[in-house]
Design a protein around this ligand. Structure first.
Ligand SMILES: [Zn+2]
Length: 350
């Protein structure tokens, strides 16, 4: 049947989001967005129905599609019909205006903006269904499965930790903070596309597995994966990440310094402040400042726990730094990353 419908080719990102729309990961969004939904989300941070939503979920096309409202189309991924869309609208996007509204910049040096431009200026919106589910890794749970897992564990409170990179000591500090606060922690790495200088997904997952199995109370940590691309939209992506984790059953969400940021495109605390202007989202936001190693405090600390007088001695922790040291054939110190994880990271340098 799908063979007789107009065919719309979709990429990997869109295939992941097709499933996220159907599983409820993006609730209350149920389809790729129409123009009205897109404009409302990027300018008001609300869906036209009033719910808070911060990022457009788009099915972009490089060429003007020959379909319109009321058409049913097959969504084709690598030659295979994987989904259906009831087209509500075919429209043209103002990509520069969209980039400015979502990412705060029109610069192609921003990986999210470059990706947006590369996908083309046309879009179709409408509700979708899945014809052929993607093979899932054991780490991927649907929102329903994640909620059932938390219920079975008896967890009433769950802190979600978003990550797009392998764990360094500051990440570990945040996970431990979550463990202090809640019954369980959902470590939820992004399994979709990331920028070239983040570690590959398999390496990130392996490193988290080693961290959880060797150094954390594993019965209180759920290591699942979220199959969606990183957008690097900073504050707006922080809101998106929080809403998605609420859908997966988390009660709390950790937002660190420069959440979902890239380079110096965002003020490091814009991702904290954005929540101040929003109504309660149904998930508690835990704002955490910069986390670093402080030799005077004698351990990992944050701007909220280490006195300003120690500033000059603080050792900042970043994966960029870890990668640089590994590339130079040097050993990153244990204050940056657990020595036990180094073999996994070295393998993942490519
Ligand atoms: Zn200190």
């Amino acid at each position: 049947m799908a063979e007789r419908l107009p065919q719309i080719a979709i990429g990997e990102d869109e295939r992941l989001d097709l499933e996220n729309l159907v599983t409820g990961a993006f609730h209350p969004v149920k389809g790729f967005m129409t123009r009205e939904e897109t404009l409302s989300v990027v300018h008001e941070m609300r869906l036209p129905t009033g719910e808070v939503w911060s990022l457009p979920i788009l099915l972009q096309l490089p060429e003007k599609p020959r379909v319109g409202p009321g058409d049913r189309v097959a969504l084709v991924h690598q030659g295979e019909a994987v989904g259906l869309m009831e087209v509500a609208e075919a429209y043209t996007l103002d990509l520069r205006a969209l980039a400015q509204a979502v990412f705060g910049t029109e610069s192609e040096a921003h990986p999210g903006v470059a990706r947006l431009y590369a996908k083309g200026p046309y879009a179709i919106g409408g509700k979708v269904t899945v014809l052929k589910p993607r093979p899932r890794s054991p780490l991927e749970k649907t929102p329903e499965e994640a909620r059932a897992f938390f219920r079975a564990q008896g967890w009433k409170t769950v802190v979600a930790f978003q990550t797009r990179n392998a764990p360094h000591r500051a990440h570990e500090y945040l996970i431990r903070l979550g463990l202090e606060l809640a019954d369980g922690v959902l470590v939820h790495p992004i399994l979709g596309a990331k920028k070239a200088d983040d570690f590959p997904t398999e390496v990130i997952v392996k490193a988290y597995q080693a961290l959880v199995e060797g150094f954390l109370p594993r019965e209180r940590v759920a290591l699942f994966g979220l199959a969606t691309p990183m957008r690097y939209a900073g504050p707006k992506e922080a809101v998106f990440h929080a809403l998605v984790r609420k859908n997966f059953g988390a009660t709390h969400f950790l937002v660190g310094r420069d959440h979902a940021g890239v380079g110096d495109f965002y003020d490091p605390y814009a991702a904290h402040r954005i929540f101040d202007g929003l109504p309660p989202l149904g998930i508690e936001i835990i704002r955490v400042g910069a986390v670093f190693f402080c030799p005077l405090c004698g351990g990992m600390a944050s701007e909220r726990t280490c006195p300003g007088g120690h500033r000059a001695k603080r050792l900042s922790v970043s994966m960029t730094q870890v990668r640089r040291l590994l590339r130079e054939g040097r050993e990153p110190p244990p204050e940056l990353v657990r020595p036990e994880l180094l073999p996994i990271l070295r393998e993942g340098l490519g």
